[in-house]
Design a protein around this ligand. Sequence first.
Ligand SMILES: [Zn+2]
Ligand SMILES: [Zn+2]
Length: 269
Amino acid sequence: MKINFCSLSSGSSGNCYYLGNEFHGILIDAGISASSIRRFLKNIDISMQTIMGVLITHNHSDHIRGLEVLIRKNHLPAFTTPKIWTSILSPRRDISTDCIREIPMQHKFHLAGFDIEAFPVSHDAPETIGFHICAGDKKITIVTDLGHICETAAHYIKEANLLVIESNYDDEMLINGDYPNYLKARIKSDHGHLGNHQTSAFLANNITDSMSHICLAHLSKNNNSPELVLQTIHRTLTEKGIVLNGNQRISVLNRYEPTEMIRIGDESN
Ligand SMILES: [Zn+2]
Ligand SMILES: [Zn+2]
């Protein structure tokens, strides 16, 4: 089975990721406007008609800003846990019950040719989840907001052929930056975000030969840069004596625009 992945937008300004096969696609989060999602999909030759649903990781606005309009205009079902739905739904949000799909934690469900499993991650929302998605023999794990990697999250991350993982901030930039101390503490806490050193150290200890694509996500605009993330990870891997095999790629996801489509499960690529 051929699987295509594209990040439409990644970071605190908005998150939205596309995952598709030959026939259908799904979106993970809708943190940018519905019109931007439609436009970005069109730019990569994906029709909104092929989208079968939206998976939601948590209730922070950079993950749900476009959700209401997106699902209403396109009659799309949206999938997340009962607790996250409770944190999203409010009288000021016009979300039809027809679009609401509740999913259990760590229990597979099927959508658009994918077997999907939600798992808990540590973050400062009422509940936050990552997704582990299987298609044929390929596995995709997406974890964009988490303060530390607990054992459960580690299990799903290590399984991935395509991994989307947060690398939010550079430690030096955050410490020396302008943010107030309470915000610095929140970001660095176990319920905040993963920094470049944390993500790099975890990957250096856990990277597998079958982890073919590592996409570094949700970079801070003020406390990070794509160059720093890549420098940190490559330096950390080198220090551990790890050399990437010819099939492994590490990339940084763009903040405001779609990244190049990543194709897995297609031996010609
Ligand atoms: Zn976020
Ligand atoms: Zn968040």
